[in-house]
Design a protein around this ligand. Sequence first.
Ligand SMILES: Cc1cc2nc3c(=O)[nH]c(=O)nc-3n(C[C@H](O)[C@H](O)[C@H](O)COP(=O)(O)OP(=O)(O)OC[C@H]3O[C@@H](n4cnc5c(N)ncnc54)[C@H](O)[C@@H]3O)c2cc1C
Length: 467
Amino acid sequence: MARDVDVIIIGAGPGGIFCAYELMEKRPDLKVLMIEKGRSIEKRNCPKRVTKTCAGCQPCSITTGFAGAGAFSDGKLSLSPDVGGNLPEILGYDKATELIHESDEIYLKFGADKSVYGVDKENEIREIRRKAINANLKLVECPIRHLGTEEGYKIYSKLQEHVLSKGVEIEFNTMVTDIIVEDGTAVGVKTDKGEEYRAKEIVSAVGREGADWFKDKCEEIGIETKPGTVDVGVRVEVRDEVMQFLNENLYEAKLIYHTPTFDDKVRTFCTNPSGEVATEYYEGGLAVVNGHAYKGKEFKTNNTNFALLVSKNFTKPFKTPIEYGKKIAELSNMLCGGKILVQTYGDFRRGRRTTEERLCRNNLIPTLKDAVPGDLSLVFPHRIMVDLDEMIQALDKVTPGIASDETLLYGVEVKFYSNKVIVNKDFETSIKGLRAIGDGAGVTRGLQQASANGLSVARSIIKTLEA
Ligand SMILES: Cc1cc2nc3c(=O)[nH]c(=O)nc-3n(C[C@H](O)[C@H](O)[C@H](O)COP(=O)(O)OP(=O)(O)OC[C@H]3O[C@@H](n4cnc5c(N)ncnc54)[C@H](O)[C@@H]3O)c2cc1C
């Protein structure tokens, strides 16, 4: 028999959590149910953190469970609306700024570090910008609050405790399989455990992990979407010394380039000073590369890693950019026995495979220990290879040493936020009763905007319920 609640939130990532938090703050009387296919935060355990080798768990504890992809992320909170999503386009720049400030206050309330990087080094930033202009790169300024992986985990643990204590019900290890639509209105959901729940308001906050599933649902129940972007590229690893000036003065240098040959957009993303390159597993065991940095000194490495992502926009009749990104990642997995491929930039430029032998005598030691030396030209289309090469050459003018032979390139990094759901200012989809937020709706691409999006949708829900 179906059970009735007021609000169902699908997915307990930052978007879903901040939505539940705000609903309870403003309307503690509401019955709020979160349905999450992963585990509660204390049961999220990635064996790789001890063994250094990924066990390919399903569901993956790195991307599913309470706090979603945020739990073991590097926890870099971007404090500018220019970074991490489309909230400014949907809500307006000022509103997005205000919401980001509010969600940041909540992170602070739950224990986030008070320091903010990238605000007090005016002269140094001017110097970096001068070099960037010289290389035709755009420097995006974005103050960063860094939670760090272990502190971020603690903050989300406290948030889990908090929302549960306020009466939010959370069904863990439960996947929403269907959205029930009656007379053009979403009225409930079905789960893989055979349960049915009904609610006046349903929020899809499924993240990148659930983007494929939600895309299928959009087609099935007629939710309007628009063709999205896919970001595909590599994770670059260099010695800390190479990035020192940028790391010390900006923490995260966000640089955008339009490549001379193809005029494609390439950007740097998610810099982790003294960090580690990591494997992230998606549904079906697809291995993609990522990176993080621990705050504790004992976990620090000598290397900085960051992503270089090429943004690909597709036009008609192509409408499956997620599949496109996955196929590229699959190719790399196929060549490397399901592991991440690594190539030195020297070999990348010379068009030859990196071998175990050459990797062993490379000056730079990879932090991803089970990466397989290989050849990225067997994975990426020519256009992406050229884009990456041109970006690395441009970056070398800002931070010399990036284009060194020893630099490591790990593939493939893909960002699956390409299913853009058409939503209004209240994040209502074209199906009444169903709202879509966060990374899974193509609205956001980062922790702070996903969290701010949660606050904003909660307020819209309350407005509707009280109308
Ligand atoms: C390794 C890593 C490092 C990152 N580092 C940073 C960083 O430093 N800074 C930053 O800003 N961003 C970072 N990100 C991105 C950030 O984590 C995401 O932007 C953010 O978590 C998105 O929040 P969300 O709530 O939209 O989705 P998610 O956090 O992905 O949460 C979605 C949740 O929905 C659940 N779900 C999906 N489908 C279903 C279903 N059908 N039924 C039930 N549950 C479902 C999933 O299990 C998941 O828990 C990182 C991501 C990763 C993976």
